[in-house]
Design a protein around this ligand. Structure first.
Ligand code: NDP
Ligand code: PYC
Length: 348
């Protein structure tokens, strides 16, 4: 690994809007159209702003590699299927990235959820490298509860197995709150996101126990061996079953690829995977109609009880990081600024 001089490591802060502008300029420079570059920049800067490094600027190079390999269309303009009165909203990503497809479909999804109580957004043929919490947060801001799920590429062994089959298949949930931030969780159904292993490899750090097995199915703490072998599902058979459910609902059911099919087609785990995504939105008022109590108020009692035990809510760390970033700017290291400069100057 390249050794970085201590002085080089010194970082500084950059305003959220300035970083978003730089990321968008890099993506435009490398051939992405406005709709793709804008949506990608918004999601990557959100990752940095909220201290979710595994889905921040580290993802720029992977996205550009995927463009250069011809596996994603940088000029794609997603298409919303004609909006009917039904509860299923469909967006064809046109072989572009998932984020602009979500941005296009989200308003129609929110309208359908208000009309029916429950609605689904199906995104097909999208390349996906992103965290899902920005999506459920956007729907919570509309007063809706939401679930987002997608496969990725075969990298996780099913519980009891030894070879990659399932994806790291993220699952995100959001619940709207009248005051402050929504209740949001978002996690891979593997013990950690694959991006976390990659960051540990780059930092020369060992993996925690229980994250991965090597090619022979033996437990390993070496990130290189874990990336070459298989990651493990979280919670043993439970994470394995939830990961499988995601393959079924957000792969098979929506007529898109499952994680093993993605890997067969892509042939590598070094590019961003192409598949589909399913987002469900629920109107709590609609569901609770005619029943005692206000669902949003009742949820608050539950959150207070969790906090009352000294536990924290998921995303609390993220929202705290966001407040600091918005006030003081996002802290990036010297090498991270060097990477942005290099990419801005056209290097791939
Ligand atoms: P983490 O394990 O880092 O976090 C999972 C969730 O648990 C977060 O909402 C986190 O909130 C919350 N949390 C963590 N610790 C606690 C605690 N002590 N008490 C309460 N809540 C807690 O996530 P992963 O590494 O599994 O996933 C990271 C990201 O990777 C996700 O955003 C996911 O969408 C993305 N991903 C994307 C994939 C894709 O194919 N597109 C594939 C796999 C993952 P907080 O952030 O506040 O700590
Ligand atoms: O971090 O596991 C991950 C991941 C896979 C695809 C996008 N992110």
């Amino acid at each position: 690994m390249t050794q970085v001089e201590p002085a080089m490591r010194q970082g500084r802060r950059i305003a959220v809007a300035d970083l978003a502008e730089q990321i968008e300029a890099i993506l435009r420079r490398h051939g992405l159209n406005e709709v793709q570059a804008g949506a990608l920049a918004r999601t990557m800067v959100a990752g940095e702003r909220d201290a979710c490094k595994s889905h921040g600027i580290y993802r720029i190079e992977g996205a550009l590699r995927t463009v250069a390999a011809g596996k994603v269309r940088p000029d794609a303009v997603p298409r919303l299927a004609e909006e009917g009165e039904g509860p299923i909203v469909r967006v064809d990503a046109q072989h572009g990235f998932a984020n602009p497809a979500f941005e296009l479909g989200a308003p129609a999804l929110a309208r359908a959820a208000r009309r029916h109580g429950l609605a689904a957004l199906v995104i097909n043929d999208c390349t996906h490298f992103a965290a899902l919490w920005p999506e459920v947060e956007a729907l919570a801001a509309e007063g809706l509860a939401a679930l987002a799920l997608c496969p990725s590429y075969a990298s996780v062994a099913p519980a009891g197995g030894i070879r990659p089959l399932l994806g790291t298949n993220p699952l995100a949930f959001g619940w709207p709150r009248r005051e402050g931030h929504p209740y949001v969780f978002d996690f891979a159904t593997s013990v950690a996101a694959r991006g976390e292993l990659e960051l540990k490899r780059r930092a020369g750090e060992e993996l925690p126990e229980g994250w991965a097995i090597d090619r022979d199915g033996q437990p390993t703490r070496d990130p290189e061996a874990g990336l070459a072998g298989a990651m493990l599902p979280f919670g043993g058979h439970k994470g394995s079953a939830i990961g499988t459910m995601i393959e079924l609902l957000a792969g098979v059911m929506i007529g898109d690829l499952t994680s093993p099919e993605v890997l067969d087609k892509l042939g590598t785990t070094t590019l961003a995977p192409m598949h589909g995504e399913l987002i469900l939105a629920f109107s709590p008022e609609h569901f609770a109609r005619g029943r005692p109590g206000d669902p949003l108020q009742r949820a608050e009692a539950l959150f207070e009880a969790i906090l009352g035990q000294g536990a924290r809510l998921p995303s609390q760390r993220r929202f705290a990081a966001r407040a600091v970033s918005e006030r003081d700017g996002i802290e990036l290291t010297g090498p991270e600024f060097a990477l942005l400069d290099r990419l801005l100057n056209g290097a791939a």
